[in-house]
Design a protein around this ligand. Structure first.
Ligand code: MN
Length: 501
């Protein structure tokens, strides 16, 4: 994943020539200082590049046209140092197709009470210049992030940084290919949807391949490749006795490695960074490729089980958004309820939970799988570490996509789970099980989610703004009555939205 290294954010400063060329030169030097300051803050995951001042409608149109076509540019930050009459931004903004952040900052932190004069006032006009700019962006109904703060403050850089992560993930989704090995699980509603609309609205492309195509790739996997990969397993995990060399089920580890190597090859050939499997479509395969799914997720691939391509793309989104962060993210599924106290939910899946969320070294085990009719699959078994995070989903309502996000608290399991042969996470949905789960169900949320410890609700909101899709937030302040009102108002808003554009 090189998106953070190979791409950049552009910084454009609005000004005008009313105050003379000398003023523009100062604006220019201040802008460069701010960009340097942000880059040197050590907080930004991607470089910001200063693109100069825009002093006329023609200059605004030119910089946005360049931003649209430059594949390195994944978003633009705009700042109005002086008053920049906003009619000159109309054409450029109307044509702009990438994420926009409006930074409401000022070169100096404080008012220089003893020295302030009208020259100073005319140069440092962000307070009203940024409002003029904000007016036209609102009038054009363009979604954008607004960050208010002094540019040298850590909290300002942190807000810009979290938005840049969303921009990177959004850009990745525009080039993402999701491979489906087999179709969606028959009769399941929530994991299905409109792939054409997803490509139009969310950007990614979804392709189907018969599982036999993957089975055929296994024929090219060599024993030496398998031996190398198993050496990695032995290095990274504790192996259960039956999975160890000369163990009774060692061959299932060998076959798991063969499947992993085949999937890696297949995805590389297709240029795909997300995939789905289906336990019901495994012709020519030895076992459900659970270990492969776990390990590929850990490397940044998106994954969805039972053909759930929307969640596969969302897990990839989370992986790109959290690149380099340490707390982990995963595909998960709501499995079993625990009612005492605030209530909680045991999250797990048949096999496929990402080991980046593990509390300690995962254990590689081989057990039978009750469904699918294949041989016993290898899998990593662990429990997730405690912490706060978000669980999110995107559902297809027919006429639109809805993103639902629930803040969750991952808890220590109340007791060991000696008989559970899969990885799990035990979490309390905010504000509690009663309201959290009721809200999620009322919103029509999936049983599959993308989960991360390192993503904030604000970042999910930024993503929903960029994609221009509906957002439903379930957090500490949520009540069931408020969620029902939100859902009703959203229905009305989306009905009217066409008329407002
Ligand atoms: Mn499932």
């Amino acid at each position: 994943m090189t998106i953070y290294e190979n791409n950049e954010i552009w910084f454009v400063t609005g000004a005008q020539l009313l105050y003379g060329g000398e003023t523009v030169k100062i604006v220019d030097s201040h802008s460069q200082a701010i960009v340097n300051g942000l880059n040197e803050s050590g907080r930004l995951p991607m470089n910001v590049v200063y693109k100069g001042t825009a002093n006329s409608a023609a200059e605004v149109a030119e910089v946005f046209a360049k931003a649209n076509v430059d594949p390195r540019c994944v978003g633009v930050i705009a700042w109005m140092h002086t008053f920049s009459p906003a009619k000159m931004w109309i054409h450029g903004l109307k044509s702009f197709q990438k994420p926009l952040l409006h930074l409401h900052t000022q070169f100096n932190r404080e008012i220089p009470w003893a020295d302030i004069d009208m020259d100073y006032m005319n140069l440092n006009q962000s307070a009203h210049g940024d409002r003029e700019f904000g007016h036209i962006v609102s009038r054009l109904r363009i979604n954008r992030k607004v960050v208010v703060g002094f540019w040298q403050e850590e909290s300002t850089a942190a807000q810009v940084a979290s938005w840049i992560r969303v921009c990177a993930a959004w850009a990745d989704q525009q080039n993402l290919k999701v491979v489906r090995f087999g179709d969606n699980m028959n009769n399941v509603a929530v994991t299905d949807g409109d792939k054409v609309e997803a490509e139009k609205v969310l950007g990614y492309h979804v392709d189907y391949y018969p599982i036999g195509d993957l089975a055929a790739v296994q024929a090219d996997v060599t024993d030496a490749q398998i031996a190398d990969l198993i050496a990695q397993y032995e290095d990274q995990y504790d192996l259960a006795p039956n999975a160890q060399k000369d163990g009774a089920d060692r061959n299932q580890v060998v076959e798991a490695a063969r499947e992993e190597l085949a999937i890696r090859q297949f995805l590389a050939d297709k240029g795909a960074f997300a995939f789905t499997t289906n336990f019901d479509a495994l012709h020519g395969m030895n076992q459900l490729p659970g270990l492969a799914s776990q390990r590929l997720m850990a490397e940044g691939y998106g994954f969805g089980a039972e053909g759930d391509w929307k969640t596969a793309a969302l897990v990839r989104l989370f992986k790109v958004m959290t690149k380099g962060l340490k707390n982990g993210s995963s595909f998960l599924e709501d499995y079993v309820l625990d009612f005492p106290g605030d209530g909680a939910i045991l999250q797990a899946h048949m096999l496929e939970v990402c080991p980046t969320i593990a509390s300690k070294k995962p254990r590689l085990e081989v057990h039978p799988l009750g469904i699918g009719g294949k041989a016993d699959p290898a899998r990593l078994v662990f429990t997730a570490h405690p912490g706060t995070g978000v669980a999110a989903t995107i559902i297809d309502l027919g006429a639109r996509f809805r993103m639902i996000v629930n803040k969750v608290q991952v808890l220590e399991p109340k007791a060991p789970l000696p008989k559970l042969p899969v990885a799990s996470a035990f979490w309390k949905p905010e504000p509690n099980l009663s309201v959290g789960a009721a809200s999620w169900i009322l919103a029509g949320g999936t049983h599959h989610t993308a989960f991360s410890y390192d993503i904030s609700v604000d970042q999910i909101a930024d993503y929903a703004d960029i994609a221009d899709i509906e957002l439903v937030v379930i957090d500490e302040s949520t009540t069931t009555r408020q969620i029902k009102r939100d859902l009703t108002l959203n229905d009305v808003a989306y009905m009217l939205k066409g008329a407002l554009k």
